[in-house]
Design a protein around this ligand. Structure first.
Ligand SMILES: C[S@@+](CC[C@H](N)C(=O)[O-])C[C@H]1O[C@@H](n2cnc3c(N)ncnc32)[C@H](O)[C@@H]1O
Length: 374
C-alpha cells in the first residue's frame, strides 16, 4: 500500500473526515511523502509537467526586460528585491539574473533576488543551480514568506495553482473519509466563510457542479503583497468571476501524471500532481487590501508579445548560431505565446503600489492587444 495513503487513512481515523484542502496539502507537501517533497524530477519533458521556464530561457529573459522597465518606473531605486514565490528548481531566477547581468547592468546592480521555496529537495536543487549567485549574496533562498523592506517585485509563475483548495458542490463542502479502507467523499454544510467567498468572488455551484475555493492562494497573496512600493506580477492558469458567471471554470481540479490528466485525485496520493485554476478576482481583492491597485489581467501571449515586439524576440535568438537552432527556438517561442500552447491559457495579473497609474499603464507588457479588468 502507498505509504502516504496509509498516513492519510490514519489521520482520518484519528481526527474524522478531513477537508479536501488538508488532503491536497498532504498529497503535495507532506514533508516526507508529498509530491513536491519526495523528489525534484516532476518538472520538464521526462516528468509530469513543464512550465514556461522549462520551454526556453526566453521566458526569463523577456521578464527580465519587464522587471528592468518596472525598476525604471519605480524611480531606479538603489535596491530592489524580486521575491519569487514557489520557484521550483530556480530556472526562472537563473535566466532573469543571467540576462539582467548581461543586458541591464544598472538594474542588475540594484537587484536582490529572494526565492521562497517550501520543498526541501527543491531548495537543494536551487542551491546547486544558483551557487555562485547565492555565494555572492545576489540571491537567497528562504522557506517561508517574510516581509521585505523597501521596493519589491513579487513574482509567481504557476505558484497559486499549486496551493490546496476547498471543493464545494450544492451538497456543501467536501470532506475526505475512509470506508472499508478506501478513501471516499462526504459532504458537510458549507461554512459562513465559504459562502461569503462564493458571494464575493465566485458563483454558487448548481446541478452537480463542483467549484474550488483557494483560501491558501488568497492568504499567500495577502502575506506577500505587503510592501511600501512595488509590483506584483502573477502568472497562472485562471479565471475571473465574470468568466464563472458565464459558465466557465467550474470544477477545475486536476490530477496530473506524466503529462496526462489522471482520473482521480485519490489515486496514488503523493505520486501525482494536483492543481486547480486560480481565481484572479479573489487574488486582485487580496492585493487591494494592502493598498495595491490591481491593474489588469492580460494573457501570457499579450504580455510577452508586448514586451518583446520592439526587438522581435531578439532575446530568444541571441545564442543561435545555425539556422536549425533558430527554427527550434521559433517553435519553442510559438509554444509560449500562441493560443494553442501556453499563450492563452495563462493569464498575468499585474498590481502596483506607489506609482502613478499613467506610468503603469504604459508598461511594455500592456502595450499589445486588449485586456480585461481583473
Ligand atoms: C508548479 S510548481 C512551479 C515552479 C516554478 N514556478 C516554475 O514555473 O517552474 C509550484 C512550486 O511552488 C512551491 N510551493 C508551494 N507552496 C509553497 C509555499 N507555501 N511557499 C513556498 N513555495 C511553495 C512548490 O514546492 C513548487 O516548487
Amino acid at each position: 500500500m502507498n505509504a502516504l495513503r496509509e498516513k492519510i487513512v490514519r489521520e482520518i481515523r484519528e481526527r474524522g473526515p478531513i477537508p479536501f484542502s488538508r488532503y491536497m496539502e498532504l498529497c503535495l507537501y507532506d514533508p516526507e511523502l508529498g509530491y513536491y517533497s519526495r523528489h525534484v524530477e516532476q518538472f520538464g519533458k521526462t516528468g509530469d509537467f513543464y512550465t514556461s521556464s522549462d520551454v526556453h530561457a526566453v521566458f526569463g529573459r523577456v521578464m527580465a526586460r519587464q522587471f528592468e522597465e518596472i525598476w525604471r518606473i519605480l524611480g531606479r531605486p538603489e535596491k530592489i528585491t524580486v521575491k519569487e514565490l514557489g520557484p521550483g528548481r530556480g530556472l526562472f531566477a537563473q535566466d532573469v539574473l543571467d540576462w539582467s547581468e548581461k543586458k541591464f547592468p544598472d538594474f542588475y546592480d540594484a537587484l536582490h533576488y529572494v526565492l521562497i521555496e517550501r520543498s526541501a529537495p527543491l531548495c537543494q536543487r536551487i542551491a546547486a543551480n544558483l551557487k555562485p549567485r547565492l555565494k555572492a549574496g545576489k540571491a537567497e533562498v528562504v522557506a517561508a514568506y517574510e516581509r521585505v523592506a523597501g521596493v519589491v517585485i513579487v513574482f509567481a509563475n504557476e505558484f497559486f495553482d499549486a496551493l490546496p483548495v476547498e471543493i464545494l458542490s450544492e451538497r456543501g463542502s467536501l470532506r475526505v473519509d475512509v470506508r472499508n479502507g478506501r478513501l471516499v467523499e462526504t459532504w458537510v454544510p458549507s461554512s459562513a466563510e465559504e459562502l461569503e467567498f462564493l458571494d464575493r468572488y465566485s458563483v454558487h455551484p448548481e446541478n452537480g457542479e463542483r467549484l474550488e475555493i483557494g483560501f491558501d492562494a488568497r492568504s499567500a497573496m495577502t502575506q506577500t503583497a505587503e510592501f511600501e512600493k512595488g509590483f506584483v506580477v502573477a502568472i497562472d492558469y485562471g479565471y475571473t468571476r465574470e468568466e464563472q458567471l458565464a459558465g466557465r471554470h467550474r470544477g477545475t481540479l486536476k490530477a496530473i501524471r506524466q503529462h496526462a490528466v489522471s482520473m482521480s485525485p485519490y489515486e496514488a496520493p503523493g505520486e501525482q500532481d494536483l492543481t486547480a485554476d486560480v481565481n484572479f478576482t479573489a487574488l486582485a481583492a487580496a492585493v487591494e487590501k494592502h493598498g495595491l491597485r490591481a491593474e489588469r489581467l492580460v494573457t501570457q501571449s499579450q504580455f510577452l508579445m508586448g514586451i518583446a515586439e520592439t526587438n522581435q524576440f531578439a532575446d530568444a535568438f541571441e545564442d543561435c548560431r545555425l539556422p536549425q537552432e533558430r527554427t527550434k527556438v521559433a517553435l519553442q517561442l510559438k509554444h509560449l505565446v500562441t493560443p494553442a500552447g501556453m499563450g492563452e491559457s495563462f493569464h498575468v495579473l499585474v498590481a502596483s503600489k506607489g506609482v502613478e497609474l499613467e506610468r503603469v499603464s504604459k508598461l511594455a507588457g500592456f502595450s499589445f492587444g486588449k485586456s480585461t479588468p481583473a
